[in-house]
Design a protein around this ligand. Structure first.
Ligand code: CP
Ligand code: NVA
Length: 301
């Protein structure tokens, strides 16, 4: 049994395998071929925060493969009335084949994993968002054919998605440049871990310098779930870190623009670029489904 709380819970081989299976499952779905690889298996999905893509892609992944998913909003669970995370993990393990959880604090997925006897998947925490990065790598592979040696530039807040992207890039041999203002850097331990794995990680202040010759430009919201109280400060601090045509001009001619979504046009990305010809954001969103199917199969198939 394996938990996936961080990108580093997967090996490079696991990641490449998931991408290959994801591509295969995508092709099968397009051809209308159904699989029942998860017949009679259930996935519990605990959500402490909002979600469109993660929730729907996990639910559809399970139903496409003949399994079942249970959306568990913490407000409706006994956990919201004081039942412990440990007891919840033990109880759910008696019913389902795996648990996925979107949590406020990373320690909650760690606690679930400590007490569950089935695999636990991090569906976003304040620290990481590994499921997103699997879909992103699948998308980059589709558009660029190869991952190794590609340069991804992250522009904006060095947040949970950025942390997982730094690890993901290091693991598959991609270079990453992060352009962020002072105080918005990704976590130090993540950057150190990526560098120890041999990853090329640059943390820069100038978005133009960081975006030069990029194969991929990537951004995420300036105000993540939980950061709402800092809205005005964040809008002001991050104002110069928008993906717009100035950055496209210095990136490679065939650069792709990515965003994990939801997007705020006019904040972290200009409307022109978000809806322009370099943007692959909706393919990227679709790939959440295919990559997660491959991940679930790896864990409980
Ligand atoms: N990218 C992502 O995780 O989207 P949701 O918050 O809609 O799940
Ligand atoms: N960084 C964002 C990602 C949303 C998918 C957040 O945590 O809200």
């Amino acid at each position: 049994m394996k938990h996936v709380l961080s990108m580093t819970d997967l090996s490079k081989e696991d990641i490449l395998d998931i991408l290959e299976t994801g591509e295969d499952l995508k092709e099968k779905r397009i051809k209308g071929k159904v699989t029942d690889l998860l017949k009679n298996k259930s996935l519990a999905m605990i959500f402490e925060k909002s979600s469109t893509r993660t929730r729907v892609s996990f639910e559809v992944a399970m139903s496409d493969m003949g399994g079942h998913s249970l959306y568990l909003n913490q407000r409706d669970m006994q956990i919201g009335r004081g039942e412990t995370v440990a007891d919840t993990a033990k109880v759910l393990s008696g019913y389902v084949a795996a648990i996925t959880a979107r949590v406020n604090s990373h320690s909650t997925v760690e606690e679930l994993a400590e007490h569950a006897t089935v695999p636990v998947i991090n569906a976003l925490s304040d620290k990481e968002h590994p499921c997103q990065i699997l879909a992103d790598l699948l998308t980059i592979k589709e558009y660029k054919s190869t991952l190794e040696g590609r340069k991804l530039t992250w522009v904006g807040d060095g947040n949970n998605v950025c942390n997982s992207m730094i690890l993901g890039c290091a693991m598959v041999g991609m270079e990453i440049a992060v352009a962020c203002p002072d105080g918005y850097e990704p976590d130090d331990d993540i950057v150190s871990m990526a560098r120890e794995m041999g990853g090329k990680v640059e943390i820069l202040r100038d978005p133009i310098e960081a975006s030069t010759d990029a194969d991929v430009l990537y951004t995420d919201v300036w105000i993540s779930m939980g950061d709402e109280g800092e809205r005005d400060k964040r809008l002001s601090d991050l104002a110069d870190y928008q993906i717009n045509s100035n950055l496209l001009d210095v990136a490679k001619n065939d650069v792709i623009v990515m965003h994990c979504l939801p997007a705020h046009r006019g904040e972290e990305i200009s409307a022109e670029v978000m809806d322009g010809t370099h943007s692959v954001v909706f393919d990227q969103a679709e790939n959440r489904l295919h990559a997660q199917k491959a991940l679930i199969l790896k864990l409980i198939g």
